[in-house]
Design a protein around this ligand. Structure first.
Ligand code: PGA
Length: 267
């Protein structure tokens, strides 16, 4: 896929996190419709990478569809086990995800941190497991409203990112997603300027933890109430390389409009 020379040469990534929505039959209809919509709009020129993150039970079906219809979307899972195999009921190994042609896996989403008590160490172990199986971890970090009030916007995301990168070599391919917890699903997105400030600080943390080359190469996304009406503002920021989209990624017209942000006025 061709790359576009924006944001320091990093190809923008628009990622759709379906969370626990769409069964495997609904997934087929959705992916086909999204593909046709983008094709009709003559979008699929490779200037923006699209990735979708369906539930585990949809992955095989979606993989088969993407392959059969040559649909150029990256496939990702929403979580991965720290373990490779064995007596871990309910867990999914990175080895299984690689076999399904998953390229990405979301790690450390705030919903996992909150509802499954995932600590920074568990997140770091999952990042290590993902890399060991050739997957690109999409490492999610972000502050709660309480953190924001007490520590400002960057402190918690930077600490979470440093912890997540503890076993990561500088050469590794990772994606970072800055997702303020207060913005997720709330309809109240961060401003483009707030997102830029934290994403730039996170890039600086990558330089410190890994190296300058890794900081220049790594895509840093914004997530939290991204929609067609606000995506262009985020994408205008030099350190925002894409978006991790939840609710709006389940609506074909809205998500395709987000993907086509370059067509929006003023971009
Ligand atoms: P949202 O979710 O777009 O629905 O706010 C984003 C996310 O949780 O990744």
């Amino acid at each position: 896929m061709a790359t576009v020379n924006t944001s320091g040469g990093r190809t923008p990534l628009i990622a759709g996190n379906w969370k626990m929505n769409l069964d495997h039959l609904q997934a087929v209809a959705f992916v086909q419709k999204l593909h046709w919509t983008l094709k009709d709009a003559k979008h699929e020129d490779g200037s923006v990478e699209v990735a979708i993150f369906p539930p585990f039970t949809d992955l095989r079906t979606v993989q088969t569809l993407l392959d059969a219809d040559k649909i150029p979307f990256g496939l990702g899972a929403q979580d991965v086990s720290t373990k490779d195999s064995g007596a871990y009921t309910g867990e999914i190994s990175g080895a299984f995800l690689s076999k399904l042609d998953c390229r990405y896996v979301i790690i450390g989403h705030s919903e996992r941190r909150e509802y499954h008590a995932e600590s920074d160490d568990v997140v770091a172990a999952k990042v290590k497991a993902a890399l060991a199986h050739g997957l690109v971890p999409v490492i999610c970090v972000g502050e709660t409203a309480d953190d924001l009030e007490k520590h400002g916007a960057s402190a918690v995301p930077v600490a979470q990112l440093k912890a997540a990168l503890q076993h990561v070599p500088a050469s590794a391919d990772v994606v970072v997603a800055y997702e303020p917890v207060w913005a997720i699903g709330s309809g109240q997105a961060a401003t483009a300027e707030q997102a830029q400030e934290v994403c730039a600080t996170l890039r600086q943390a990558i330089a410190t933890e890994l190296d300058d080359e890794a900081a220049a190469r790594t895509r840093v996304l914004y997530g939290g109430s991204v929609k067609a009406a606000n995506i262009a503002g985020f994408m205008r920021q030099p350190d925002v390389d894409g978006a991790l989209v939840g609710g709006a990624s389940l609506l074909v017209d809205e998500f395709s409009s987000i993907i086509r942000y370059q067509k929006h006025v003023g971009v």
